[in-house]
Write a protein that binds this ligand. Sequence first.
Ligand SMILES: Cc1cc2nc3c(=O)[nH]c(=O)nc-3n(C[C@H](O)[C@H](O)[C@H](O)COP(=O)(O)OP(=O)(O)OC[C@H]3O[C@@H](n4cnc5c(N)ncnc54)[C@H](O)[C@@H]3O)c2cc1C
Length: 388
Amino acid sequence: MLLKNKQVAIIGGGPGGLTLARLLQQQGANVKVYERDADQYFRQQGATLDLHYESGLKALRTAGLIEEFKKNYRPGAEKFTIADHNAIVHYTEADEEPLEDIDHEHARPEIDRGPLRDLLIASLQDNTIVWNSKFSALEANGEGWDILFDNKTTAYADLVIAADGVNSKVRKYITSVERFYSGVTIVEGNVYNAAANAPHLWELTNGGKVFALQNHKFIVLSAKGEGSLSVYTSTKEAEDWAATSGIDFTDKTQVSAWFRQRFSDWSDDWNELFSTHDSYFVVRPQYYFPADQLWQTLPNLTMLGDAAHQTPPVGEGVNQAMLDALELSEALGSAHFNTIQEALASFENKMRSRASKEVEEAGQMTAGLHSENNLEYLLNFFNNFEEL
Ligand SMILES: Cc1cc2nc3c(=O)[nH]c(=O)nc-3n(C[C@H](O)[C@H](O)[C@H](O)COP(=O)(O)OP(=O)(O)OC[C@H]3O[C@@H](n4cnc5c(N)ncnc54)[C@H](O)[C@@H]3O)c2cc1C
């Protein structure tokens, strides 16, 4: 086995990094995950995630975690409603039966980010995750690396894997290929206790998801199991808008004022999202890495997930990160390769080829969702999907 007597370090305990840790431990590898969060109980933000048969669910099956997933996914959360800027519904799956059978290729079961993270963490050996470890730098040490953290601690690893997400600090040790701005910026938030704080929109989501679109802009709402409403707005903005707008996105009043002005052609129904202080907002400009990005494989360092191939969200990111983890673990466990570098080269080639298709599809989808006729675009997309 290529990893026999080797120490593996995964930087970042998101879905990609944790899935990889589990899969490598199943092969008997020595793995540590270095995560910047203070502990497991750090509140997980973000929308619910739909896992796909051929990627996210495939990784969980191989990891022996599909039964745990079945205990934690949210039947009914996959139900989709499409509305316009006046909150008038044009399409809804609200009356359909909740998804009970996830063992078929068209199933797209939803799970909240927190429970997904928890089930992956519970599958790891004790003390695998080193919390409060914000990566700062790598220094070569023999055939491996010394890893430096902001808290002044260091660790040694023979093989380092970057799984530290969209703003990866490890990626620059692998490649200088830069990301480029998609033209779109998301303002993401969570409205806690949404049944009380945003009752009409909570009702509209009906335990599932709402996409509201009109004239170049859209809003996505997802009901989460713990009763909060995940929300994001997606609009075309200049790349430096987040920095130059002067808006403090931690100040609800300022976010609300921005929304009322930017979405002034939308009905007042949506203002409910900003009528409580029991919420948080964060601004996220959206980037791509180029579809044809290429780098030379290193003997002891690689990357996966958003660190390697970020795109604006179109429902694939977490699935691709988990599939990366599966394919990397398979390459490292394979008897076909004589060296770790050969295994990494094979993994990276496959990952880049998948990611390049993902970039093209995400580009088309992002353009459609921000077009003048974006409502019709999404309705057509769903109609075509249903006819398949
Ligand atoms: C608004 C929004 C909605 C989305 N919706 C969906 C969806 O519906 N479906 C879908 O498939 N995808 C969705 N995505 C994309 C999805 O969230 C990502 O593609 C996925 O989480 C990538 O997983 P990852 O493990 O590569 O990175 P992440 O999930 O970002 O995990 C990275 C981890 O690294 C840690 N970290 C970061 N920096 C450091 C550091 N310096 N040192 C140590 N640790 C560090 C972070 O704390 C985190 O735990 C969405 C994204 C956004 C922004």
